[in-house]
Design a protein around this ligand. Structure first.
Ligand code: RNT
Ligand code: ZN
Length: 420
C-alpha cells in the first residue's frame, strides 16, 4: 500500500471516529502498550531441544509436516525475530522448560537452573522482548502414564514438584534480569482415558503437590504463577484432574492466577465471558488465545467473533493492564513463521477494534435501557474503518502494511527455512 493512501484513509478514520466520540490516537497508544506473548513452541511443533529423540506427549498434538521447522534454539530465535519484525509493537516470548540450552550438559527437569535459560534472557534483553515461562510436565519418562503432579507415587510427584519449583525460580530470574514481570504457567496433562473411580484422590494429590510448590514464595514483582485448566486431552478423554473448577477454586483460595485457554472448555463455552468474573476474585488473568476447530485443535488464531469478544471484554472491563494475552497454538501444516504473524496481527486487529468502540455512548444506552440503540451502534461500530487505523499503526512502526507481509515471509522461506 502507498504511504499517501494509508495517510488519507487514516485521516478519514479520525473524522469518522470523532463523530462517534472516539479518540483514535488514544486507542493507538493503548494498543502500542499491549504486549502479546508469542509461544516459542510454534517454531518446532512443541518438541524442544532437551533430548535429541524427544517426542511430544501429554495428550496434545501437532499435525502436519510443513518443511523448515526450527532445529535448535538459534533457529527458534531467528524465526521469532523474523515474526516479530513483521508485527508492530513490543512483545514477549513464552518459553517452555524443554527449550533450555543443554549444550554444556544435560540436566533433567528436576535439575534445571537459570543458567540453562541465560541464552534466552540475553537474547530477550538485546531485542527488548519480555519473557514468560512454563514448566514442562509432559514429553518425559516420568509422565508416560499420563500423570505427574497427581501421580499416586509420591516419588514421581516429588520429581515434578521439584521441576515446577525450579521453573518458578527460573521465571523469577527472567523477571529480575529483564525488569519485566514473567508469567509462569503451570499446565499438566494429568487425566485418564476411561471411567475413573478415584477422581477425588488424584485431585487431592494435585492439591497437595501445588501446596508444596507454592510453599516456595516468589517475588510478585518479578513473576506471577498461573494455573491452567483443561477439559480433556487425547488419551485423557474421560477425566482431567486439573479441571476448571479445580483450578478456579485453588486460584481464588490461594491468590494464584488462572489461565484461560480458549480451547479448554466445552465447544460452545467461551472464555470471553469468564474474564469479568475472574477479575473480581483475582488481580490478573492469563489468556492462552487459540482456535479450536471441533476440538482443542490449536489452529492459528484468526479474527473471528470470539477473538473480538475476548478483546472487547478486556477493554470493556478496563482490564488492559490486568489481562495477559498469550498465544497458544501449533500448526505444523503451514509456514510456521506465517502462523505467528497471522495470529498476532489478528489479535491486534481485535484489540484495536475493541479500543475504538464508542464505549461511552454504548454504556449510556445500556444504562438507559435503550437496547435497540445499543445494538444499532454496536452494528455500526463493526464496519467503521478500524483497519485504516491498524494500517497506519503498522506504517508508523515501520512494519509491512496489509498483505505485504506475505511476501516478506515467502522471502524468508526461500532464503532460510526451506534450506533446513
Ligand atoms: C495444553 C495447554 C498448554 C500447552 C503448552 C505447550 O493443552 O494448552 O498450555 O499448549 O503449555
Ligand atoms: Zn494452553
Amino acid at each position: 500500500m502507498k504511504k499517501q493512501q494509508i495517510e488519507q484513509s487514516f485521516a478519514i478514520a479520525i473524522e469518522r471516529y470523532a463523530e462517534m466520540g472516539v479518540d483514535v490516537q488514544k486507542a493507538i497508544n493503548e494498543l502500542d502498550k499491549l504486549p502479546i506473548s508469542l509461544h516459542c513452541w510454534q517454531t518446532d511443533d512443541v518438541v524442544g531441544f532437551e533430548r535429541p529423540d524427544a517426542t511430544l506427549t501429554g495428550g496434545i498434538q501437532t499435525t502436519g509436516n510443513y518443511p523448515g521447522k526450527a532445529r535448535n534454539i538459534t533457529e527458534v530465535m531467528a524465526d521469532l525475530d523474523k515474526a516479530l519484525s513483521i508485527i508492530p509493537g513490543k512483545h514477549r516470548v513464552n518459553v517452555h522448560a524443554i527449550y533450555g540450552d543443554f549444550s554444556d550438559g544435560f540436566a533433567d527437569r528436576n535439575q534445571i537452573e537459570p543458567k540453562h535459560f541465560q541464552v534466552w534472557i540475553d537474547w530477550a534483553k538485546k531485542n527488548g522482548y519480555g519473557l514468560d515461562f512454563n514448566c514442562s510436565c509432559f514429553s518425559h519418562d516420568k509422565s508416560s502414564d499420563g500423570l505427574t503432579l497427581s501421580h499416586p507415587d509420591p516419588e514421581i510427584r516429588n520429581f515434578w514438584i521439584d521441576h515446577v519449583i525450579r521453573s518458578r525460580k527460573i521465571s523469577e530470574e527472567m523477571g529480575r534480569q529483564l525488569g519485566s514481570k514473567c508469567m509462569h504457567n503451570i499446565w499438566i496433562p494429568d487425566g485418564s482415558k476411561d471411567v475413573t473411580v478415584n477422581r477425588l484422590q488424584y485431585r487431592q494429590n494435585l492439591k497437595d503437590s501445588l501446596d508444596k510448590i507454592f510453599e516456595y514464595k516468589t517475588n510478585d514483582e518479578l513473576m506471577r504463577d498461573c494455573i491452567e485448566s483443561k477439559l480433556f486431552g487425547i488419551g485423557a478423554e474421560s477425566y482431567t484432574v486439573g479441571s476448571h473448577e479445580f483450578y478456579m477454586g485453588y486460584g481464588v483460595k490461594n491468590n494464584i492466577l488462572v489461565t484461560l485457554d480458549a480451547g479448554h472448555f466445552h465447544p460452545t463455552e467461551l472464555i470471553s465471558d469468564k474474564i469479568s468474573s475472574l477479575l473480581l476474585y483475582l488481580p490478573e488473568v492469563m489468556l492462552h488465545v487459540t482456535r479450536g476447530i471441533r476440538w482443542d485443535s490449536d489452529h492459528v488464531v484468526v479474527l473471528n467473533d470470539e477473538l473480538l469478544a475476548i478483546a472487547q471484554e478486556i477493554v470493556r472491563a478496563n482490564a488492559v493492564d490486568k489481562v495477559h494475552v498469550g498465544l497458544d497454538y501449533f500448526d505444523a501444516s503451514i509456514n510456521r513463521i506465517g502462523a505467528y504473524v497471522v495470529g498476532v496481527r489478528a489479535t491486534q486487529k481485535a484489540l484495536i477494534q475493541a479500543l475504538l468502540e464508542p464505549l461511552v455512548k454504548l454504556r449510556e444506552f445500556e444504562a438507559n435501557g435503550q437496547n435497540f440503540e445499543r445494538l444499532a451502534l454496536l452494528e455500526e461500530a463493526k464496519s467503521m474503518p478500524w483497519n485504516a487505523v491498524y494500517d497506519y499503526y503498522c506504517m508508523t512502526k515501520g512494519v509491512s502494511v496489509g498483505q505485504d507481509y506475505i511476501a516478506d515471509i515467502q522471502q524468508y522461506e526461500n532464503e532460510v527455512t526451506s534450506k533446513r
